[in-house]
Design a protein around this ligand. Structure first.
Ligand SMILES: Nc1ncnc2c1ncn2[C@@H]1O[C@H](COP(=O)(O)OP(=O)(O)OP(=O)(O)O)[C@@H](O)[C@H]1O
Ligand SMILES: [Mg+2]
Length: 397
């Protein structure tokens, strides 16, 4: 809002002489002054928004107290400071009434003209200070609202990003679960292929070598020696192929179940690695859903491989405990241990495909995988619910 220059003051008094002296003093002080001699005129001119009103009490139509009350209840005029000036209502009860009615100051006759101007200026300073305070409060409120809007926008964005992230995480989980399943199926397929196709060709080759051996018996010692060598090579190839095929997917796992497959695997592992491995499984362990048995077998396989590759332990032990609801698999060693958070023997370990894959497999069944590792060895403990919907529903052919 802009103020007229010079500032306008409305002087209200029905006594011409008294009003004239007030007007003159104010003009001398540099104000522009408009005048009213009645309450009605005062209310009309007040709507032109003077910066201050000097208001007599005894007016012919509406008394000064009522004029002030109306000014203070009108949103257009309520901020205009009102200074009562009275020659007749000079008692303190009148002053109290005037001030309680909303007036900002009250001066009585005899009015010192310097005091009048000083009071007017003080009231104008107060009005200015009030405006400034209100302006600052409005600015603070606007800033608060802006901040609130920014906060809400940010929150909405964070929520959107979080849900996008969650969607991506669940997609990645689905993908990795799918990949693990596909890996199992692929291993099974390659294992069969090696066994049924390449394996059969080697059998045919061996038969041929045998036939050649008997056809050339006692005829050509050098030829015989080469045929014997060839037979040995074919047998070794056959043996290696069978081991490879079984390691990819032990046929015992499907036919005789987890415990037999583990026994076979552990024996082979111990003889190939010089690790002393113990297997502690319940005497009559029930058969579990096929996908769950495959998962447990892969957990043991990965954990034993890790012990062999990383732990420097001379022993490894596998313990399996089960009840109607869950299976607990604990593969442990007495090696140097590891940590993903802090250094062990000058290096920090990082999870590879092995541990991440184990976690993923266990999560697929709604189970948990805990790894406790320290300087006296490592325990990899998986708890797998037996009747998990997904676990039994997973198709592994
Ligand atoms: N039993 C263990 N003893 C000591 N360190 C281990 C053991 N098991 C795992 N680690 C540490 O944890 C790391 C991660 O193991 P993880 O099986 O995930 O990956 P990796 O064995 O290095 O590679 P891969 O992806 O071929 O399995 C290992 O590199 C090793 O530092
Ligand atoms: Mg590994």
């Amino acid at each position: 809002m802009t103020y007229p220059t010079p500032q306008t003051i409305l002087a209200v008094d029905d006594n011409d002489a008294f009003r004239y002296s007030v007007v003159r003093r104010l003009r001398d002080a540099g104000f522009y002054v408009t005048e009213a001699a009645t309450g009605a005129e005062a209310l009309r001119l007040a709507r032109e928004e003077p910066v201050l009103i000097t208001l007599d009490i005894n007016l012919p139509d509406i008394d000064g107290f009522e004029v002030c009350r109306r000014l203070k209840s009108d949103p257009v005029t309520r901020e205009i400071p009102v200074l009562h000036l009275s020659a007749s209502c000079i008692g303190s009860e009148n002053k109290v009434r005037g001030l309680e009615g909303g007036a900002d100051a009250y001066l009585t006759e005899p009015i010192d003209q310097q005091e009048l101007v000083a009071t007017v200026k003080a009231l104008l300073r107060m009005r200015e200070a009030q405006r400034e305070a209100r302006r600052q409060a409005q600015e603070a409120e606007r800033a608060r609202q802006e901040l609130k809007t920014i906060n809400q926008t940010l929150e909405a964005r964070v929520q959107q990003r979080t849900s996008e992230l969650q969607r991506h995480i669940s997609e990645v989980q689905k993908l990795s679960s799918f990949l693990l399943q596909a890996q199992d199926e692929e291993r099974r397929r390659i294992s069969r292929e090696l066994h049924d196709s390449t394996g059969q060709l080697l059998v045919a080759l061996k038969l041929n070598v045998n036939q050649l051996k008997s056809e050339f018996a006692n005829q050509n010692p050098e030829g015989q020696r080469i045929l014997q060598d060839t037979e040995a090579v074919v047998e070794e190839m056959s043996r290696q192929l069978r081991t490879m095929s079984y390691l990819l997917h032990p046929p015992l796992l499907d036919e005789a179940g987890l415990v037999s497959a583990l026994r076979w695997y552990v024996d082979g592992f111990a003889s190939r690695s010089s690790l002393k491995v113990t297997l502690d499984v319940p005497g009559h362990m029930q058969r579990l859903p096929q996908a769950l048995e495959t998962t447990i077998f892969r957990l043991v396989q990965e954990s034993l491989t890790n012990i062999h590759r990383h732990s420097e332990s001379k022993t490894g032990s596998i313990r399996i405990v089960s009840n109607d609801n869950e299976v607990l698999v604990d593969v442990s060693d007495e090696g140097k241990g590891f940590s993903f958070d802090s250094e062990v023997e000058g290096r920090t370990s990082r999870p590879g495909v092995g541990i991440l894959g184990m976690r993923e497999r266990v999560h697929r069944f709604g189970g948990t995988l805990d790894i406790a590792s320290g300087s006296s060895g490592t325990h990899v403990v998986a708890r797998l619910p037996i009747h998990s919907v997904e676990g039994t529903a997973v198709k592994v052919f």
